[in-house]
Design a protein around this ligand. Structure first.
Ligand SMILES: [Zn+2]
Length: 284
């Protein structure tokens, strides 16, 4: 049991990376005018998000509202104070979520008098501009019910694997393998190496699934992670989510190594929910 703690302590969360502000002028033809620049009233889509999922839940709700046309292209998002109140989140969380929408190419924000966030999402389901500036997105990624089905499947198999792994008497080698997978992930996060981070993230989840002792579960998780890897490549890397993931990975590994099966399952469920909220919101 004791060999779990040093890994977790080494992997303590750090501050998220700085994100450039990207507060551009309105693009030509997109300036809000009297007909298109309406500030729309909050809708039932914008019910409060759960506190534990504040950032991811806020991104999901706002991105979904934009994709579904509640906030159409050319309209302004409601003022920050109003949105924060509707969603029941802190202004800081709302700002982080709007920054995520900017990174995803859904809004442009201008500060000061006459400023605000202008919706520029053009309605194409794959119009996300990635962090590396490459706007070309794989054409055959799952969306709609297929995406939801995959995320639901993951929500069952990954927490289930973590639960079973925590109940098993793991060998020293297995415990060391799990700690090494977490360390590799933490190092990639420290280097802000997004590609390596995504690979190491998948590897950690597949390792946990293998440690469950169930080959079909390990196969299911591997399949999920294969698609997830491509889905995550189609959305920006969002620092608040990376910080949450980091803390969750440590908690899952600690729970597995400590034999806390319920705890491992619970954190893994939260972890899946966060990724799911971002993918459902940004990709639909
Ligand atoms: Zn993960």
């Amino acid at each position: 049991m004791s060999d779990s703690m040093p890994a977790a302590r080494r992997a303590a969360p750090t501050a998220p990376r700085e994100e450039s502000e990207q507060l551009d002028d309105w693009p030509a033809g997109d300036a809000p005018d009297e007909t298109s620049g309406l500030v729309l009233a909050p809708t039932p889509l914008l019910r409060p998000v759960r506190h534990a999922d504040a950032f991811e839940g806020t991104v999901e709700k706002l991105a979904t509202a934009i994709r579904l046309g509640t906030f159409p292209r050319g309209s302004m998002l409601p003022p920050e104070r109003e949105l924060a109140m509707s969603l029941g989140v802190a202004r800081m969380t709302l700002r982080e979520a709007i920054a995520a929408l900017r990174q995803a190419g859904m809004v442009q924000t201008r500060r000061g008098r006459g400023g605000g966030s202008l919706v520029v999402y053009d309605g194409h389901p794959r119009s996300i501009t990635r962090a590396d500036g490459d706007a070309s997105i794989e054409p055959d990624l799952p969306t709609g019910p297929e995406l939801v089905g995959l995320l639901d499947f993951r929500r069952v198999v990954e927490p289930g694997s973590a639960y079973l792994a925590a109940r098993r008497a793991l060998t020293g080698a297995q415990r060391a393998e799990l700690v090494a997978a977490l360390d590799t992930l933490t190092e990639a996060a420290d280097r802000a190496d997004d590609g390596a981070h995504r690979v190491a993230d998948s590897r950690l989840h597949v390792t946990i699934a293998r440690l469950s002792g169930s080959a079909p579960l390990a196969e299911g998780v591997s399949r999920c992670q294969g698609v997830l890897h491509r889905l995550l490549g189609a959305i920006p890397v969002l620092p608040p989510n990376i910080a949450h993931s980091r803390a969750e990975h440590i908690e899952i590994v600690d729970a597995v190594l400590g034999g806390d099966a319920d705890g491992a399952r619970e954190v893994a469920e939260r972890h899946c929910d966060h990724t799911s909220a971002l993918l459902r919101g940004l990709l639909g």
